[in-house]
Write a protein that binds this ligand. Structure first.
Ligand SMILES: *Cc1c(COP(=O)(O)O)cnc(C)c1O
Length: 238
């Protein structure tokens, strides 16, 4: 039987933080190298408030519409990352809500965001979503297109490109995600040396595989189910 602490959001958060700390230590990374993005999609503001009361300040949402109904209902000191596909026509609504857009998945979207950010006087941090397996997933740069696009992306005046994000194909065995995580890190290292950019952030790892992602260099892990519970039929947006 689960201990009482594991049946509450606060208890599950404490457990996830502990597991992140253990994975950092096991892979020789300094404590605090990895930030936890609590993915609150499909959960109401009350659940976010409960996590916030337990010390969690960083949250992820995958749909602009849902986030627009939730974020203004919560304390302004919380930070939010967009982790789902962004349609260009929602950019103007999204930018004021999110401190980071983790899911910039095409050069066209980046150009559009840059224009809108300029109009709004914002300078958002962005991650480039890379489909490292090139497995036909709907969204994301391929490794070769991100390389080709990098000089232009780094030249966009209003966007701060701070790293890469990936969503590997789901597998029952989390260990199968390891090569994809390693590939994202290698891609980042190659881009950083080719383009002279720092690209410190690697967003990778979800509820079932975040420890492996930490071992492979994640600086952001996006954990939903393991904190908030199941979402019924909901599946991660690709
Ligand atoms: C939903 C989602 C997550 C969290 O997934 P869990 O398996 O619930 O931890 C992480 N990343 C993205 C992009 C998602 O859409």
């Amino acid at each position: 039987m689960a201990m009482a602490g594991e049946e509450t959001i606060a208890g599950r958060l404490a457990e996830i933080r502990e597991r992140i700390a253990r994975a950092e230590a096991a892979s020789g990374r300094p404590a605090g190298s990895v930030s936890l993005v609590a993915v609150s999609k499909n959960f109401p503001p009350e659940a976010v408030a409960e996590a916030a009361a337990a010390g969690q300040a960083l949250f992820g949402e995958n749909r602009v519409q849902e986030a627009a109904g939730k974020i203004p209902a919560l304390p302004p000191e919380l930070s939010w990352h967009l982790i789902g596909h962004l349609q260009s026509n929602k950019a103007r609504k999204a930018l004021p809500l999110f401190g980071m857009i983790e899911s910039v998945d095409s050069l066209d979207l980046a150009r559009h965001l840059d224009r809108v950010a300029g109009d709004l006087g914002l300078a958002p941090r962005i991650l480039l979503q890379v489909n490292v397996a090139d497995d036909g997933a709907k969204f994301g740069f391929s490794v070769s297109t991100v390389r080709e696009s990098m000089p232009e992306l780094l030249g966009l005046r209003h966007l701060r490109v701070t790293g890469l994000m990936t969503i590997p194909a789901f597998t029952d065995d989390p260990a199968e995600a390891r090569p994809a995580f390693a590939r994202l890190r290698e891609t980042r290292d190659a881009l950083a040396s080719e383009c002279g950019a720092t690209l410190p952030e690697l967003s990778m790892g979800m509820s079932h595989d975040f420890e492996i992602a930490v071992e492979e260099g994640a600086t952001l892990v996006r954990v939903g189910t393991a904190i908030f519970g199941g979402r019924g039929q909901a599946v991660p947006q690709k």
